[in-house]
Write a protein that binds this ligand. Structure first.
Ligand SMILES: Cc1cc2nc3c(=O)[nH]c(=O)nc-3n(C[C@H](O)[C@H](O)[C@H](O)COP(=O)(O)OP(=O)(O)OC[C@H]3O[C@@H](n4cnc5c(N)ncnc54)[C@H](O)[C@@H]3O)c2cc1C
Length: 225
């Protein structure tokens, strides 16, 4: 850490924290990014080799917009840092059966948002993918532009670029304990260090609680992952 105060401290260098720090820095803020184990570490949700990026989220149009915008940003970023291998445009095949309400709603959402897709009926599904055992009444949504992000390496590339752009990054565990007024207990050093912070963003499982409505109240997309 090279400074004693920052506009923003971002706690957690997973996918969310890494991109938050990156964008804040590009917007001209001074940023400190902390993670207790490192970017996309083995304990983090963003760790591991790969993640699917897809556009089908049933009726949840907001998630389709998020994902579409996100894919554009990932691809632009990989091109800018000469790491095209971190996205594999494999396409995504979403299998459904019968009147599957989520998949049926996805068809409407994809069409509305303008995402390229095909509905593959049972016979076409069997023809194109003989290696997959298609159930009777099965069909699928084919998203040709979706694919696979190389999760850990992609997040680490974002953090490396953020650092190149001037973000300070450190391996630290952030602990914020507030001393009760009159308790006579002193504020621990970690909290004292954070007093000048104007805004604190913590990624990870508690992320949803950190944001105002409508995001806080928004339900998770069905079948997300
Ligand atoms: C097995 C699995 C498969 C998945 N598959 C997909 C998929 O295919 N497609 C998809 O879109 N999503 C998928 N997801 C979900 C996606 O990976 C997560 O939504 C995303 O990685 C969450 O990122 P994050 O930055 O919020 O959290 P994390 O990656 O968990 O980052 C939080 C970070 O905060 C740090 N931290 C926490 N507390 C502190 C503290 N007090 N001080 C300092 N640092 C702290 C942690 O060390 C961690 O690095 C999957 C998740 C899992 C677990």
């Amino acid at each position: 850490m090279t400074k004693t105060s920052y506009d923003v401290v971002v706690i957690g260098a997973g996918c969310f924290g890494a991109w938050t720090a990156w964008h804040l820095r590009k917007a001209g803020r001074s940023v400190l990014l902390l993670d207790r184990y490192g970017p996309a570490n083995a304990r983090a949700s963003s760790g591991g080799e790969s993640r699917i990026i897809r556009m089908s989220y049933g009726p949840g149009e907001v998630y389709t917009h998020f994902s579409n915008r996100s894919l554009g940003q990932w691809k632009a970023f990989f091109a800018a840092v000469s790491r095209p291998e971190l996205f594999h445009g494999t396409g995504v095949l979403w299998m459904a059966k019968g009147e599957d309400p989520t998949a049926t709603a996805s068809l409407r959402t994809l069409a509305k948002v303008g995402i390229p897709f095909e509905r593959l009926e049972e016979s076409e599904l069997r023809r194109r993918y003989p290696q997959i055992q298609t159930v009777s009444g099965g069909w699928a949504i084919w998203e040709p532009e979706s694919g696979v992000l190389m999760a850990k390496r992609a997040v680490q590339a974002v953090v490396a670029d953020a650092v190149r752009a001037g973000v300070d990054y450190a391996v630290r565990t952030f602990v914020l304990r507030r001393a009760r007024p009159g308790s006579g207990r002193s504020t621990p050093p970690a909290a004292r260090r954070c007093e000048p912070i104007t805004s604190c963003s913590r990624a990870g499982p508690g992320l949803a609680r950190s944001y105002p409505r409508p995001w806080r109240g928004a339900s998770s997309p069905r079948g997300s992952r």
